[in-house]
Design a protein around this ligand. Structure first.
Ligand SMILES: *[C@@H]1O[C@H](CO)[C@@H](O)[C@H](O)[C@H]1NC(C)=O
Ligand SMILES: *[C@@H]1O[C@H](CO)[C@@H](O)[C@H](O)[C@H]1NC(C)=O
Ligand SMILES: *[C@@H]1O[C@H](CO)[C@@H](O)[C@H](O)[C@H]1NC(C)=O
Ligand SMILES: *[C@@H]1O[C@H](CO)[C@@H](O)[C@H](O)[C@H]1NC(C)=O
Ligand SMILES: *[C@@H]1O[C@H](CO)[C@@H](O)[C@H](O)[C@H]1NC(C)=O
Length: 455
């Protein structure tokens, strides 16, 4: 999809899973709920008009023998067939007519087994200004001789929680996700969902943009710490693909915001930051600035280049390392070393985010300019190496720890995730677990249940 740099594909396995949750949730909310009392007049031959009252109608149990979900041009269709329900109720009737002037009445309790229920439901997904909207297209509920009619004529599956809950869940998906003080991730949906034969594909913008206080960024649910990892080729429920342009946008946003710049005035070996330590190696430095403190001004000199390869993510980073001498409250830049770094990034999944660790592969250095004469190559090399290994790579790794949050619905977490490199995409193929009712109940208001039963 155009302008979509994160794509989510829900496979038939994933759709089946969602369908089962939907059915389970629906059953759970119907069972033990009580339907309103029913009063009806029935014309009984010879006897006349009988007034029938059914009360305390309780659904004890519902069993579903088969169900399936299908996707296609007409939307998403869920069909539940061969379901049975057990009801219990109190009944009472009174008859009065000119034939039976005294009046007859009786009452009792009954259990009713409703067999062979069929429920069909068709919904569609559309993109409404970057948010997904679930629309009910059609429903049908046949219950043998008994017909359950829910308030306003909608089918019980629709009215009793299923659809509103799912739609409310979709509405909780943010359009932008706050990452840190510099950047937000644009997670607006792009285009309409593509419903194919047995899967749904969703397009998400996915690019990093500069944080702007007009935006109202939100957070994604962060998931569990430990995601089990899988190496099997078995089909998974979802596949989330991230285009390398997402990393490129991150690189540009952080570079433009001057977030890739550090002043270093502390080192494990502090003597390193005094000109006296350099007396023999760079005599000129000590001659011009005897016994002065120094610091290092490190800045990334162009947006890092990030590319997905077929086994990892490659990063090329160019750094300017300026040596400053601090003399009488003055910062005097005395030399600048350029460092070109080549690193790799092994992606992993932590919580519901794609993160990983940067590993230094190789680097090359040269002296860009100097006011203290020529520096020895081995001075340049050892200084660069120390700074890279002790400062820059560890620092970048703490920043990268947060990773890119993957678009997962509230209440769900990844399970058995697997990372696939298919340049220019990196994909996470994974199953999903449902963390349970708690999240849904906690996050969403309960819909009112009102139903009517007709005999
Ligand atoms: C739905 O409920 C059935 C029966 O309680 C259970 O076996 C199944 O694991 C549930 N499915 C999901 C996806 O929660
Ligand atoms: C379903 O939604 C898509 C847009 O996502 C639309 O193109 C299509 O016409 C809709 N189908 C029905 C049957 O409403
Ligand atoms: C849908 O998929 C099934 C099997 O995966 C295939 O047999 C069928 O031809 C497909 N239909 C369409 C319309 O692509
Ligand atoms: C986010 O992405 C959507 C869809 O591509 C786009 O319309 C919108 O302008 C983007 N927002 C920002 C702040 O870039
Ligand atoms: C660090 O060096 C950059 C040029 O590479 C310069 O723009 C910046 O002002 C310097 N920062 C400090 C605090 O000296």
């Amino acid at each position: 999809m155009i302008n979509s740099f994160i794509s989510v594909i829900i496979s038939d396995k994933g759709l089946d899973f969602v369908k089962d949750i939907l059915i389970n949730q629906t059953i759970e909310s119907i069972v033990l709920s009580q339907l309103p009392q029913i009063e009806k007049s029935v014309q009984v031959p010879l006897v006349g008009k009988a007034n029938v009252i059914l009360s305390e109608i309780t659904i004890k149990d519902i069993q579903v023998s088969s169900s399936y979900v299908e996707t296609g041009e007409t939307g998403i269709v869920v069909v539940v067939s061969g379901a049975t329900a057990d009801l219990s109720l109190n009944w009472r009737y009174t008859v009065s007519s000119w034939l039976v002037p005294i009046g007859i009445s009786d009452s009792g309790t009954a259990t009713v087994k409703v067999e062979d229920m069929q429920v069909g439901l068709a919904v569609n997904l559309t993109n409404e200004e970057g948010t997904l909207k679930l629309i009910l297209l059609d429903y049908e509920c046949d219950v043998g001789e008994l017909s359950i009619k829910v308030n306003g004529g909608a089918a019980w599956l629709y009215q009793v929680e299923g659809i509103p809950t799912l739609d409310d869940l979709l509405q909780t998906l943010p359009k932008t996700v706050l990452l840190d003080e510099t950047a937000v991730l644009n997670v607006s949906f792009v285009g309409n969902p593509v419903l194919s034969n047995s899967s749904i594909e969703l397009g998400i913008n996915g690019l990093f943009t500069e944080r702007n206080d007009d935006l109202v960024p939100q957070v994604y649910y962060r998931g569990y710490d430990d995601i089990s990892v899988s190496s099997s080729d078995l089909p998974k429920m979802i596949k989330i693909s991230i285009h390398e342009n997402v990393f490129k946008s991150a690189s540009e946003v952080y570079f433009a915001a001057d977030a890739l710049q550090w002043i270093l005035d502390e080192l494990p070996d502090q003597a390193f930051l005094n000109t006296a330590d350099w007396k023999i190696i760079i005599p000129q430095l000590y001659k011009q600035y005897p016994n002065d403190e120094m610091n290092l001004n490190i800045s990334v000199s162009s947006p890092p280049i990030i590319e997905v390869s077929d086994q990892d993510i490659g990063a090329t980073i160019s750094i300017d390392l300026i040596i400053d001498v601090l003399e009488d409250d003055e910062v005097i830049p005395v030399a600048c070393i350029s460092v070109d770094i080549s690193a790799t990034f092994d992606a992993e999944i932590v919580r519901n985010s794609l993160t990983g660790r940067l590993k230094l592969k190789k680097f090359s250095t040269y002296l860009k300019w100097s006011k203290i004469g020529k520096l020895h190559m081995n001075v340049i090399q050892s200084m660069s190496s120390t700074v890279l290994k002790t400062i820059i790579i560890p620092y970048l790794n703490t920043q990268l720890k947060r990773g890119i949050p993957l678009p997962i619905l509230n209440g769900f977490a990844l399970k058995n995730a697997r990372i696939l490199y298919t340049p220019p995409w990196i994909a996470v193929s994974s199953d999903v677990t449902f963390l349970g009712d708690y999240y849904l109940r906690h996050h969403l208001a309960y819909g009112e249940k009102r139903s009517e039963l007709y005999l």
